[in-house]
Design a binder for this molecule. Structure first.
Ligand SMILES: *Cc1c(COP(=O)(O)O)cnc(C)c1O
Length: 490
């Protein structure tokens, strides 16, 4: 007989389960790095992984705990105030507790007989989200692994709808039509790179994506979009989709949704709104109006593993007219036979690109329960306020230049070295030094060819004082770097 290494119906396995989960939580708390990151290089980290991956016999838990401690101590600590690079959040405690339940139950969302109540919870959460964005009752959606998958799904359904409508052709059945090379996708210059990635995967190629100019606040210029669509159609091309971004990754800018929706409609193009980041404004009392008219979309991406503070993965894809899901529907006799559908039994594999899939809706629901709308909204508002404070402080710091006014919770700026040329190289190097010395994990991006530093304020628990301290530390390190360069060149 094997002793049960699973949670089964006996007291021993249950006691062991509680002991291990508690132990794991204790180890995480003890072993997290003191700063944002311990600063080890890839080579140094390779050396740390010395234990065999699959030993012949079981190791004792003291040894296993050491392995865990090594991993934890060399991870980026997302709860540190100086971890401020990406849309990468510290997860909510209630969501972590829910993760234990999600993984323990191990419900797989593809079929009702693997996930009965989970199916209903996900459907209700999707219905609620559709209502929050302002979609009509025809809407539906699905949980996905992230904004990348949600964007890809939006463009896949857009492609299939367009090809079906104009060329009476089923991509699902017959593959891409001969005229597929005429399809075009329009998005702004600062839209997420997954637009190109999706176009490539959808068999259209990255050249199918046309990037539209942005204004000084990094929002798509509607006039430029209209002109580009007109030109494309005049050239015999077929506009398949417009992707508007509600919260760009670098600037938090929200494209003018009303104007873009009107233009997309005029040219018969599907409107996908990438609200991976800005979707969190749905629960904000101060900034909800920044994403007003999001309901004009045909499909929407919202990430919960960003400003909704969920552990990865947690994201949704919302669809205005659920009939478009037909484009990806296939029946598997063992999962979702048509006979069950006729009986009204929902099998969510029908509306997902995935088969086995996690019950991520639960952690979102539990987080909503534990916090309530007011607190969650206040947390979103707090990150926006922190970004404003950061921008003001940077404006008052002579060595730094603010690149634009923050629009959500990101701040893009750079260090202006006085005595060295090559500010781009300098800022790139400065960011690497901050990371390698374990001072801060700061973001970087390029704005019109200019290398910049970026803060993404994700932690509402960070204080203004901590932000100021971080900025002073960056300036101090920047001055040291300047001094070392001056010394080198003498
Ligand atoms: C983060 C992000 C994505 C990608 O989402 P993942 O969840 O990382 O796959 C897409 N679009 C925007 C605007 C984003 O900020």
């Amino acid at each position: 007989m094997f002793e049960a290494d699973f949670l089964v119906r006996d007291a021993a396995s249950q006691a062991e389960f509680v002991r291990l989960v508690t132990k794991a939580a204790e180890i995480v708390c003890q072993a997290v790095p003191k700063g944002p990151f311990a600063g080890k290089s890839p080579a140094e980290l390779r050396h740390l992984i010395s234990s065999e991956l699959l030993p012949n016999t079981a190791q004792n838990w003291d040894a296993i705990a050491d392995v865990l401690r090594t991993v934890i101590a060399n991870s980026v600590f997302v709860g540190d105030p100086n971890t401020i690079a990406h849309l990468h959040c510290p997860p909510l405690l209630p969501a972590l507790a829910a993760e234990v339940v999600i993984s323990t139950l191990n419900q797989s969302m593809d079929s009702f007989d693997q996930a009965p109540i989970a199916t209903i919870v996900e459907q209700q959460m999707i219905r609620w989200l559709c209502h929050e964005v302002g979609f009509p009752s025809s809407a539906d959606g699905t949980f996905t692994t992230g904004g990348s998958q949600s964007n890809s799904m939006g463009l896949l359904l857009a492609r299939d709808a367009c090809v079906n409508q104009h060329w009476n052709w089923s991509v699902q059945k017959s593959g891409l039509p001969p005229k597929a090379r005429l399809l075009r996708i329009f998005c702004s210059e600062v839209a997420h790179f997954t637009v190109e990635k999706s176009a490539a995967q959808l068999g259209l190629g990255t050249e199918a994506v046309i990037r539209i100019e942005v204004d000084e606040h990094f929002r798509m210029r509607p006039a430029a979009l209209g002109e580009s669509l007109r030109k494309a159609v005049a050239e015999g091309l077929r506009p398949m989709a417009v992707v508007a971004t509600a919260g760009t990754t670098d600037f938090g800018s929200v494209d003018p949704l009303r104007e873009i929706a009107e233009i997309a409609q005029e040219w018969g193009a599907w409107l996908h709104v990438d609200a991976a980041y800005g979707g969190a404004l749905l629960v904000s009392s101060q900034h909800r109006d920044k994403i007003s008219r999001i309901e004009f979309a045909d499909s929407i991406t919202i990430d919960f593993h960003k400003l909704f503070w969920q552990p990865i993965p947690c994201s949704a894809f919302l669809l205005r007219d659920r009939r478009h899901f037909e484009a990806i529907k296939l029946h598997a006799d063992y999962l979702n036979p048509e006979s069950l559908e006729e009986e009204g039994i929902p099998n969510l594999v029908t509306t997902s690109l995935l088969t086995s899939r996690r019950f991520d809706a639960l952690k979102l629901w539990i987080s909503f329960q534990a916090l309530g709308r007011e607190k969650l909204g206040a947390m979103v508002d707090r990150t926006v306020a922190l970004a404003d404070h950061t921008a003001n402080f940077i404006r008052g710091t002579p060595q730094l230049e603010l690149m634009c006014e923050p629009q959500l919770s990101t701040v893009v700026f750079r260090y202006i070295p006085s005595s060295v040329r090559g500010a781009n190289c300098f800022n790139f190097q400065l960011r690497q030094i901050l990371f390698q010395e374990g001072i801060a994990v700061v973001g970087h991006t390029r704005v019109l060819g200019v290398q910049c530093l970026k803060f993404t304020c994700m932690n509402p628990a960070t204080s203004e004082g901590q932000i100021e301290e971080l900025i002073r530390a960056i300036v101090e390190r920047g001055k040291m770097l300047e001094a070392s360069k001056t010394a080198d060149s003498e």
